[in-house]
Design a protein around this ligand. Structure first.
Ligand code: ADP
Length: 258
């Protein structure tokens, strides 16, 4: 009986070992896939703005070749693409910190209107092509968040709204108090996110199939937003902005300062 039992245990252990091997192999394959996706996406996304910047700087360097308005437009392009690079590198840094569990949010009572204002300033060039309306009640309580990280979240979400919604269309940012938390929403009049993708867009590198490939993107922004918010006790989700499924509304909940 003892021998049979030992055999049974040995068999079970062998099964566990095989399962662990399989799981290990699956994890290794997934890590490999993410590493390759990250490398190719990083090099592509760093190069695109850089190529534009180098081209614009080259044209500016030719003496007397361009009228002043054209020179100014090129200088503006260099600034916008530089800002895009800056946002991108910030996202990569946040992602690395999230991945290592090294992100330590420094939460403090913060004024949401100020955070929205700061994000708006950082995105001034991108938002110029849209009408951004804000509805922030003056009596909204302070939120208990890390202001730097939350500004980064707002920048990513407003950047998406401007990127995917048609030029000139309105973007609406609103906030309200609900069940002891501040709910902030950003709604646009773009194509919307299909119901089946509304959770997946928060996965790293996930982009909705058929997303306009001319819209530069990495599929990292929303994953980072979720990581940054959850690290400070917030949440984020996506829904349709309109009953017919058109438009995107991103909803954040933020803890309120005591
Ligand atoms: P990126 O915009 O760099 O691709 P994100 O993680 O920010 O990455 O978004 C993931 C995907 O979700 C996008 O590729 C796009 O398909 C979809 N998406 C995000 N925001 C919007 C929006 N406002 N309207 C339509 N689709 C959106």
């Amino acid at each position: 009986l003892l021998d049979a039992l030992i055999d049974q245990v040995a068999l079970a252990m062998e099964r566990v070992r095989l399962a662990e091997d399989l799981e290990g192999a699956r994890l290794a394959a997934e890590t490999d896939r993410l590493r390759t996706a990250l490398l190719s996406s990083v090099s592509h996304d760093l190069r695109t703005p850089l190529v534009t910047i180098i081209g614009a700087a080259g044209s500016l360097a030719e003496p007397g070749a361009l009228p002043p308005e054209a020179q100014q437009a090129l200088a503006e392009t260099i600034r916008e693409e530089g800002e895009r690079l800056d946002r991108y590198v910030q996202n990569l840094l946040d992602m690395t910190r999230l991945g290592h569990g090294a992100l330590k949010p420094a939460v403090q009572p913060s004024d949401l209107a100020e955070l929205v204002g700061a994000a708006r300033t950082r995105l001034a060039a991108v938002l110029r092509g849209h009408r951004l309306g804000t509805d922030l009640p003056p009596d909204l309580p302070a939120v208990l968040v890390d202001p730097v990280l939350t500004e980064q979240v707002l920048v990513n979400i407003l950047d998406n709204a401007a990127k995917y919604a048609p030029p000139g269309s309105p973007i609406t940012l609103a906030a309200r108090l609900d069940a002891g938390r501040v709910v902030l929403s950003v709604a646009d009049e773009g194509p919307g996110i299909p119901p089946a993708d509304r959770e997946k867009v928060f996965d790293m590198f996930y982009r909705v199939a058929g997303t306009d490939r001319r819209r530069a993107g990495t599929g990292l922004g929303l994953a980072i937003c979720r990581g940054l918010l959850e690290a400070q006790g917030g949440t984020i989700r996506a829904e349709a902005a309109r009953p017919d499924g058109q438009g995107t509304r991103i909803l954040l909940t933020l803890p309120v300062a005591p």
